[in-house]
Design a protein around this ligand. Structure first.
Ligand SMILES: *[C@@H]1O[C@H](CO)[C@@H](O)[C@H](O)[C@H]1NC(C)=O
Ligand SMILES: *[C@@H]1O[C@H](CO)[C@@H](O)[C@H](O)[C@H]1NC(C)=O
Ligand SMILES: *[C@@H]1O[C@H](CO)[C@@H](O)[C@H](O)[C@H]1NC(C)=O
Ligand SMILES: *[C@@H]1O[C@H](CO)[C@@H](O)[C@H](O)[C@H]1NC(C)=O
Ligand SMILES: *[C@@H]1O[C@H](CO)[C@@H](O)[C@H](O)[C@H]1NC(C)=O
Ligand SMILES: *[C@@H]1O[C@H](CO)[C@@H](O)[C@H](O)[C@H]1NC(C)=O
Ligand SMILES: *[C@@H]1O[C@H](CO)[C@@H](O)[C@H](O)[C@H]1NC(C)=O
Ligand SMILES: *[C@@H]1O[C@H](CO)[C@@H](O)[C@H](O)[C@H]1NC(C)=O
Ligand SMILES: *[C@@H]1O[C@H](CO)[C@@H](O)[C@H](O)[C@H]1NC(C)=O
Ligand SMILES: *[C@@H]1O[C@H](CO)[C@@H](O)[C@H](O)[C@H]1NC(C)=O
Length: 439
């Protein structure tokens, strides 16, 4: 009887403890370590956590609510860990979102760091998209003045925009954790290069490109075969914008029951994952880098990386080019290709050879003309002797848009399905040879 009463009390305390949930944070309703915010439709939860299995540091983060494993999708104070559980997340008297050690005095750890106008009715809320937002007005909750989606960590969720704001110059991207035990800003990032006529997505290690995802082709990025996109297409759609204001990308999902995320792990590997509720596991629809052909410029200049080829590390020369190190010691590995001796590719009857199923070359030195049709594109390239290749820029309609390359062609690979065509400038003799073989 006595034991039973205690048990009841224990259960009551347990149940009470399990969900001391509030739906928003205001100046009068701060969030203490141990409490959490839950989004309206119970998709996401925001609270305090310690990463990995050993770390005792405390962070404020967002994860999927009531999920078999705790998947952290966002971290507020990633580079400012808390050393104990006296942390409090609140709105201060100026309306700023603040994280501090409570005590006398309170010691600040992290803040939203936006200029606010002395309004103390601000309130923070966790949305069902996983976005943690700060509203100017607690009662109407219309326009937010700060959002977690503007400060991504290692995860890119549906509806979250990545990209470059041309006005402010700010480039928004995801960055890996330092390790599974430390969500601090790691060395890998997944981001657009800026200041280029044709924007491209890359995975960088510091400033060094590890993998090029490539430029937009109307359906996907050139480095992600549209076959992959079709496989994911039943649940999501990829979008891209390049206008006066911005270069940006995001993806949307059709059904709210689908749980999907894009994460860049601490080893620099990016994954698009969909939760499989039947098998209770994450299905990776796309992983990169995946094979050695994904490593940036793996085969050197004027080459193609063919994942099914065994010899020469899977490397081969583009039509009209020959192995640079041919005859040299084979221990050096493949070093790229050069123009064949005697080839003349300037107003000497030269033309183009077509290759299909490719990831297009790095567009760093390419030009884009979205209005040019494919025949005009060919003429445009042919007329300029430094133009080495061309292709339609938009694969949704095979005759529109014109991409032209000048000088070296790097980071071309072949896909086993999908991919784009590339017309490579070759010497007249090379053209004849091609006709002979293909005829
Ligand atoms: C924590 O431990 C579990 C169980 O041993 C393991 O599966 C998991 O990978 C570990 N997590 C980290 C981040 O090391
Ligand atoms: C937690 O750590 C902070 C920073 O070291 C310190 O100011 C605060 O007093 C600590 N709180 C407790 C309850 O130990
Ligand atoms: C510390 O923060 C708490 C919670 O917001 C607040 O009630 C308290 O007045 C603060 N203490 C000091 C000394 O500022
Ligand atoms: C807060 O913002 C200001 C102005 O944008 C900036 O100079 C400052 O470094 C920021 N502080 C922190 C802690 O991020
Ligand atoms: C905050 O909200 C209360 C209640 O609606 C209102 O009376 C007060 O004027 C508001 N304060 C500001 C600074 O907007
Ligand atoms: C982009 O170009 C502008 C103007 O040339 C330059 O001021 C800026 O530093 C460049 N930004 C980057 C990130 O290279
Ligand atoms: C690609 O072509 C399609 C069909 O003509 C058009 O609707 C779309 O806007 C084009 N996309 C780009 C990025 O030019
Ligand atoms: C979204 O769902 C509708 C109806 O179920 C379907 O017709 C459409 O193809 C779907 N779109 C995407 C992008 O999955
Ligand atoms: C060929 O194209 C390059 C790159 O756009 C340009 O710098 C060069 O002036 C062009 N040459 C001619 C003859 O048009
Ligand atoms: C692409 O071009 C080929 C040959 O010109 C044509 O048969 C085909 O219909 C075109 N496809 C699209 C989607 O425009």
């Amino acid at each position: 009887m006595y034991a039973g009463k205690n048990l009841l009390l224990f259960l009551f305390v347990l149940v009470f403890k399990l969900c001391f949930c509030i739906d928003s944070i205001t100046r009068n309703q701060p969030l203490k370590d141990g409490d959490s915010l839950i989004s309206e439709k119970e998709r996401f939860e925001l609270g305090f956590f310690s990463p990995g299995n050993y770390s005792s540091s405390r962070y404020v983060g967002v994860w999927y609510y009531k999920f078999p494993e705790r998947i952290i999708v966002w971290v507020a104070n990633r580079d400012s860990p808390m050393k104990n559980t006296s942390g409090v997340l609140s709105v201060d008297k100026t309306g700023q979102l603040v994280l501090f050690y409570s005590g006398t005095p309170n010691v600040s750890i992290w803040s939203s760091n936006i200029s606010v106008s002395g309004d103390n009715n601000n309130s923070a809320k966790l949305l069902d998209t996983g976005n943690f937002v700060l509203y100017k007005d607690a009662f109407s909750q219309k326009n937010f003045i700060w959002q977690g989606f503007d400060h991504p960590t290692d995860t890119y969720l549906p509806e979250m925009k990545l990209g470059w704001n041309k006005r402010t110059g700010k480039n928004k991207f995801i960055t890996s954790w330092k390790s599974p035990e430390d969500p601090g800003t790691g060395q890998y990032s997944y981001r657009f290069d800026v200041n280029q006529t044709v924007p491209q997505l890359f995975i960088y290690k510091g400033l060094e490109p590890i993998m090029r995802i490539g430029s937009w082709n109307g359906i996907t990025y050139s480095g992600i075969s549209e076959y992959t996109v079709k496989a994911v297409g039943d649940v999501s759609k990829l979008l891209y914008t390049d206008n006066e204001e911005e270069v940006s990308t995001y993806y949307i999902i059709n059904s709210t029951s689908v749980i999907t995320r894009f994460v860049l792990d601490d080893r620099g590997v990016a994954k698009r994952l969909n939760w499989n509720p039947e098998l209770r596991k994450w299905d990776a629809f796309w992983t990169g880098p995946y094979s050695q052909c994904d490593n940036y410029a793996y085969c050197g200049e004027f080459s193609n990386c063919n994942p099914v080829k065994v010899a020469d590390q899977g490397c081969e020369c583009l039509p009209g080019y020959k192995d640079k190190s041919e005859g040299d010691s084979p221990t050096n590995g493949f070093e790229g290709c050069v123009t064949k001796p005697g080839a003349v590719m300037c107003r000497n009857g030269e033309g183009f050879r077509k290759m299909s199923g490719l990831k297009l070359p790095d567009t760093t030195n390419a030009l884009l003309d979205s209005d040019l049709e494919i025949e005009a594109c060919r003429t445009f390239c042919l007329q300029n002797c430094s133009c080495t290749a061309y292709t339609p820029s938009n694969i949704t309609s095979n005759s529109t848009g014109c991409l032209t390359w000048y000088g070296k062609l790097v980071d071309v690979r072949e896909f086993s399905g999908g991919g784009q065509v590339l017309y490579i400038r070759v010497d007249h003799d090379e053209l004849g040879m091609y006709l002979l073989f293909s005829g």
